[in-house]
Ligand binder design. Structure first.
Ligand code: SF4
Ligand code: SF4
Length: 197
Protein backbone atom coordinates (compact mmCIF):
# COMPACT_ATOMS: atom_id res chain seq x y z
CA UNK A 1 0.00 0.00 0.00
CA UNK A 2 1.40 3.37 -0.97
CA UNK A 3 2.08 6.06 1.63
CA UNK A 4 -0.68 8.23 0.17
CA UNK A 5 -3.39 5.53 0.28
CA UNK A 6 -2.35 4.49 3.83
CA UNK A 7 -2.84 8.04 5.14
CA UNK A 8 -6.19 8.41 3.34
CA UNK A 9 -7.32 5.29 5.27
CA UNK A 10 -5.79 6.27 8.66
CA UNK A 11 -7.04 9.88 8.89
CA UNK A 12 -10.77 9.05 9.11
CA UNK A 13 -10.05 6.25 11.61
CA UNK A 14 -8.04 8.69 13.75
CA UNK A 15 -10.96 11.13 13.56
CA UNK A 16 -13.37 8.49 14.85
CA UNK A 17 -10.90 7.78 17.64
CA UNK A 18 -11.33 11.32 18.92
CA UNK A 19 -15.10 10.90 18.81
CA UNK A 20 -14.87 7.55 20.59
CA UNK A 21 -12.72 8.96 23.40
CA UNK A 22 -15.08 11.93 23.87
CA UNK A 23 -18.01 9.51 24.38
CA UNK A 24 -16.61 8.45 27.77
CA UNK A 25 -15.70 11.90 29.07
CA UNK A 26 -17.82 13.64 31.70
CA UNK A 27 -20.53 15.71 30.01
CA UNK A 28 -20.22 19.49 30.43
CA UNK A 29 -23.69 20.27 29.08
CA UNK A 30 -25.75 22.33 31.51
CA UNK A 31 -29.50 21.76 31.51
CA UNK A 32 -30.32 25.46 31.73
CA UNK A 33 -32.90 26.79 32.52
CA UNK A 34 -34.36 23.61 34.05
CA UNK A 35 -31.34 23.19 36.30
CA UNK A 36 -29.91 26.48 37.48
CA UNK A 37 -26.28 26.68 38.48
CA UNK A 38 -25.50 28.50 41.72
CA UNK A 39 -23.33 31.54 41.04
CA UNK A 40 -20.20 32.48 42.94
CA UNK A 41 -21.07 34.51 46.08
CA UNK A 42 -19.58 37.71 44.63
CA UNK A 43 -21.02 37.26 41.14
CA UNK A 44 -21.97 40.60 39.53
CA UNK A 45 -25.65 40.44 38.70
CA UNK A 46 -28.59 42.84 38.74
CA UNK A 47 -28.15 45.93 40.92
CA UNK A 48 -30.08 46.74 44.08
CA UNK A 49 -30.75 50.06 45.82
CA UNK A 50 -30.51 49.40 49.53
CA UNK A 51 -32.43 50.76 52.49
CA UNK A 52 -31.52 51.67 56.04
CA UNK A 53 -32.93 49.35 58.75
CA UNK A 54 -36.00 51.59 59.20
CA UNK A 55 -36.80 51.57 55.47
CA UNK A 56 -35.37 54.96 54.48
CA UNK A 57 -33.32 54.84 51.29
CA UNK A 58 -29.52 54.91 51.34
CA UNK A 59 -29.23 56.66 47.96
CA UNK A 60 -28.48 60.38 48.30
CA UNK A 61 -28.78 61.15 44.59
CA UNK A 62 -25.12 62.20 44.28
CA UNK A 63 -24.70 60.70 40.76
CA UNK A 64 -21.21 59.35 41.52
CA UNK A 65 -22.28 55.94 40.23
CA UNK A 66 -23.40 57.49 36.95
CA UNK A 67 -20.11 59.34 36.53
CA UNK A 68 -18.11 56.18 37.27
CA UNK A 69 -19.99 54.07 34.72
CA UNK A 70 -17.89 53.44 31.58
CA UNK A 71 -20.98 52.45 29.59
CA UNK A 72 -23.10 55.49 30.48
CA UNK A 73 -25.78 53.09 31.69
CA UNK A 74 -26.99 54.94 34.81
CA UNK A 75 -29.29 57.94 34.98
CA UNK A 76 -29.86 59.71 38.32
CA UNK A 77 -31.80 62.78 39.32
CA UNK A 78 -31.46 63.89 42.92
CA UNK A 79 -33.96 66.00 44.86
CA UNK A 80 -34.34 67.59 48.31
CA UNK A 81 -36.10 65.79 51.14
CA UNK A 82 -38.69 67.73 53.10
CA UNK A 83 -40.09 66.97 56.53
CA UNK A 84 -43.43 66.21 54.87
CA UNK A 85 -41.91 63.88 52.29
CA UNK A 86 -38.65 62.21 53.33
CA UNK A 87 -36.98 59.35 51.45
CA UNK A 88 -33.51 59.33 53.05
CA UNK A 89 -32.11 60.56 56.39
CA UNK A 90 -30.09 63.47 54.97
CA UNK A 91 -30.70 66.43 52.71
CA UNK A 92 -30.95 64.71 49.33
CA UNK A 93 -32.31 61.51 47.86
CA UNK A 94 -32.43 59.82 44.47
CA UNK A 95 -35.73 60.91 42.94
CA UNK A 96 -35.14 59.22 39.59
CA UNK A 97 -32.84 56.24 39.25
CA UNK A 98 -32.47 54.12 36.13
CA UNK A 99 -30.03 51.47 34.92
CA UNK A 100 -30.03 50.54 31.25
CA UNK A 101 -29.20 46.84 31.00
CA UNK A 102 -28.86 47.11 27.23
CA UNK A 103 -25.66 49.06 28.01
CA UNK A 104 -24.49 47.71 31.36
CA UNK A 105 -21.49 45.35 31.23
CA UNK A 106 -21.85 44.40 34.93
CA UNK A 107 -18.33 45.60 35.70
CA UNK A 108 -19.20 46.85 39.20
CA UNK A 109 -17.42 50.22 38.99
CA UNK A 110 -20.65 51.97 40.00
CA UNK A 111 -20.94 50.08 43.28
CA UNK A 112 -17.32 50.91 44.10
CA UNK A 113 -18.07 54.60 43.53
CA UNK A 114 -21.16 54.72 45.74
CA UNK A 115 -20.27 56.51 49.02
CA UNK A 116 -23.23 55.20 51.03
CA UNK A 117 -23.34 51.53 49.92
CA UNK A 118 -26.75 52.36 48.53
CA UNK A 119 -25.91 50.52 45.34
CA UNK A 120 -24.83 46.88 45.40
CA UNK A 121 -25.19 43.95 43.02
CA UNK A 122 -27.24 40.80 43.48
CA UNK A 123 -26.58 37.34 42.02
CA UNK A 124 -29.54 37.61 39.63
CA UNK A 125 -28.36 37.14 36.04
CA UNK A 126 -31.53 36.46 34.03
CA UNK A 127 -31.77 39.92 32.52
CA UNK A 128 -32.19 39.16 28.82
CA UNK A 129 -35.14 40.77 27.05
CA UNK A 130 -35.97 41.70 23.48
CA UNK A 131 -37.44 45.08 24.40
CA UNK A 132 -35.20 48.09 25.05
CA UNK A 133 -37.89 49.58 27.27
CA UNK A 134 -37.94 46.49 29.50
CA UNK A 135 -34.15 46.60 29.84
CA UNK A 136 -34.26 50.04 31.47
CA UNK A 137 -34.84 49.27 35.15
CA UNK A 138 -36.44 52.01 37.21
CA UNK A 139 -35.90 52.96 40.85
CA UNK A 140 -39.05 51.05 41.81
CA UNK A 141 -37.62 47.87 40.27
CA UNK A 142 -34.16 48.32 41.78
CA UNK A 143 -35.20 49.33 45.30
CA UNK A 144 -34.74 46.57 47.90
CA UNK A 145 -37.87 45.03 49.39
CA UNK A 146 -39.06 45.78 52.90
CA UNK A 147 -37.73 43.62 55.72
CA UNK A 148 -39.01 43.28 59.28
CA UNK A 149 -38.88 46.59 61.14
CA UNK A 150 -38.97 48.69 57.95
CA UNK A 151 -41.64 51.15 56.81
CA UNK A 152 -41.85 52.10 53.14
CA UNK A 153 -40.76 55.59 52.10
CA UNK A 154 -41.53 58.42 52.40
CA UNK A 155 -41.45 58.61 56.18
CA UNK A 156 -39.89 60.64 58.99
CA UNK A 157 -36.36 60.16 60.30
CA UNK A 158 -36.03 58.10 63.51
CA UNK A 159 -36.79 60.57 66.37
CA UNK A 160 -33.74 61.83 68.23
CA UNK A 161 -31.26 60.78 65.54
CA UNK A 162 -29.49 62.50 62.69
CA UNK A 163 -28.09 61.31 59.38
CA UNK A 164 -24.75 60.34 60.94
CA UNK A 165 -26.48 58.05 63.44
CA UNK A 166 -27.78 56.00 60.53
CA UNK A 167 -24.21 55.40 59.30
CA UNK A 168 -23.04 54.63 62.84
CA UNK A 169 -25.59 51.80 62.93
CA UNK A 170 -27.59 53.37 65.75
CA UNK A 171 -30.90 53.04 63.92
CA UNK A 172 -31.88 49.38 63.81
CA UNK A 173 -35.59 49.59 62.93
CA UNK A 174 -38.39 52.06 62.38
CA UNK A 175 -39.53 53.87 65.52
CA UNK A 176 -42.86 52.67 66.93
CA UNK A 177 -45.71 54.59 65.29
CA UNK A 178 -43.76 55.43 62.12
CA UNK A 179 -46.20 55.75 59.25
CA UNK A 180 -45.72 56.25 55.56
CA UNK A 181 -46.05 59.89 54.53
CA UNK A 182 -48.16 60.93 51.61
CA UNK A 183 -46.10 61.50 48.48
CA UNK A 184 -46.88 65.05 47.42
CA UNK A 185 -44.50 65.37 44.47
CA UNK A 186 -46.13 64.17 41.27
CA UNK A 187 -43.20 61.92 40.27
CA UNK A 188 -43.30 59.98 43.53
CA UNK A 189 -47.04 59.58 43.77
CA UNK A 190 -48.20 56.01 43.05
CA UNK A 191 -50.33 55.94 39.91
CA UNK A 192 -53.30 54.46 41.74
CA UNK A 193 -53.20 57.04 44.56
CA UNK A 194 -56.09 59.45 44.48
CA UNK A 195 -55.17 63.10 44.17
CA UNK A 196 -57.17 65.87 45.82
CA UNK A 197 -58.22 68.59 43.43
S1 SF4 B 1 -21.89 47.59 36.42
FE1 SF4 B 1 -20.45 48.82 35.18
S2 SF4 B 1 -21.52 49.13 33.22
FE2 SF4 B 1 -23.07 48.43 34.68
S3 SF4 B 1 -23.99 50.30 35.48
FE3 SF4 B 1 -22.30 49.74 36.90
S4 SF4 B 1 -20.49 50.86 36.15
FE4 SF4 B 1 -22.04 50.88 34.51
S1 SF4 C 1 -26.49 54.92 44.22
FE1 SF4 C 1 -24.80 55.75 45.47
S2 SF4 C 1 -23.44 56.79 44.00
FE2 SF4 C 1 -25.40 56.46 42.96
S3 SF4 C 1 -26.57 58.35 43.27
FE3 SF4 C 1 -27.15 56.94 44.93
S4 SF4 C 1 -25.75 57.42 46.62
FE4 SF4 C 1 -24.86 58.34 44.78
Amino acid sequence: MSEESRSSFQNPVAGFGVTFKAMFKKRLTEQYPEQQKVTAPRFHGRHQLNRHPDGLEKCVGCELCAWACPADAIYVEGADNTEEERYSPGERYGRVYQINYARCILCGLCIEACPTRALTMTNEFELADSSRENLIYTKEQLLAGLEDGMVDTPHAIHPGTDEQDYYRGLVTEAAPGTVRQRAVSAEERPKDEEVDA
